[in-house]
Design a protein around this ligand. Structure first.
Ligand SMILES: C[S@@+](CC[C@H](N)C(=O)[O-])C[C@H]1O[C@@H](n2cnc3c(N)ncnc32)[C@H](O)[C@@H]1O
Length: 275
């Protein structure tokens, strides 16, 4: 069974290797041209998680200093640029920065993109009006440090909009079922399964009280739990999940019931807090 490295530097290297091999959102995406490729990534992202534009409020960012941490394939980042934000984007991997740069340049958008670590941001205190980070800070080994960095670089009164993984969730139950229960290792709980098997190694998830503690330095703290693709098995199946069993599970999964009755167990928490 995979075990995420316990040494933080080794874990950071494993996180880096994971996201270099498959930048977020690019799985099995084709396209005749690079423009088609990026358009497909964008269409699929907002079909799967249609609440993102309303949460991020890209359209209200003209002239504001925005920092996006963990740009991935750059889909949200180009929204800030298209809407006239004075945006800076960082990511741990050069692969993500190269993709986002390519994408901005295809659209003729000026950009400021650099490789940087969320745990040591290369910016002065009180620099940004908005810090945005979607699905990123639960992947870094020292999430507490990265949250302190968000606080530090935000201007007083500035807004942080973050998505962090929520616990308990259907995603974590499904991971537990497949990786632990099915292998007779029931004592490893759903959170452990998320830590070991969801995306890069060492992925954390937080209950709402834990999040509130993590973000205690901020004021006006708002949380909304939402379904992500894993809760409804609406993502493309990755290489790990190609067997006949997984194919059947994807087909038979009671999405309608989960959607109707299970929202409190969504895997995402949309967070908005103020410095
Ligand atoms: C799940 S992807 C999310 C990407 C993008 N925000 C999105 O929603 O598609 C996670 C991203 O976080 C980046 N990341 C992980 N740890 C990081 C760190 N310590 N500093 C900066 N970026 C990090 C990864 O390289 C990867 O691009």
């Amino acid at each position: 069974m995979t075990v995420a490295p316990s040494d933080p530097s080794e874990l950071k290297r494993a996180v880096h290797a994971h996201w270099t091999a498959e930048p977020c959102g690019t799985r099995q995406v084709g396209g005749q041209s690079r423009r088609d490729y990026f358009d497909t990534i964008e269409r699929e992202r907002y079909e799967l998680e249609p609440f993102i534009p309303q949460f991020a409020r890209f359209s209200e960012s003209k002239g504001l200093r925005v920092l996006e941490i963990g740009v991935g394939a750059g889909t949200d980042h180009v929204q800030w640029l298209r809407n006239g934000a004075v945006a800076t984007g960082v990511d741990l991997t050069d692969a993500a920065i190269a993709l986002t740069r390519e994408r901005a340049e295809l659209e003729g958008l000026a950009h400021d993109l650099r490789q940087a670590d969320a745990e040591r941001l290369p910016f002065d205190d009180n620099t940004f009006d908005i810090v945005y980070s979607y699905g990123v800070l639960h992947h870094t080994p020292d999430t507490t440090k990265s949250i302190a960095e968000v606080f530090r670089v935000l201007k007083p009164g500035g807004s942080a909009r973050l998505m962090l993984y929520h616990y308990p969730s259907w995603t974590s139950i499904l991971l537990w079922g497949v990786h632990c229960v099915a292998k007779g290792k029931i004592w490893h709980g759903p959170r452990w399964a998320t830590y070991q098997f969801l995306e890069s190694p060492g992925t954390k998830s937080y209950t709402l009280p834990e999040l509130d503690q993590l973000l205690a330095a901020f004021r006006d703290r708002h949380y909304e739990v939402v379904f992500l693709g894993g809760d409804l098995l609406s993502y493309r199946r990755s290489a790990k999940y190609q067997s006949a069993f997984h194919k059947a599970a994807w087909k038979l999964y009671p999405r309608g019931l989960v959607q109707k009755f299970g929202k409190a167990w969504g895997h995402g928490t949309l967070i908005e807090v103020r410095k």
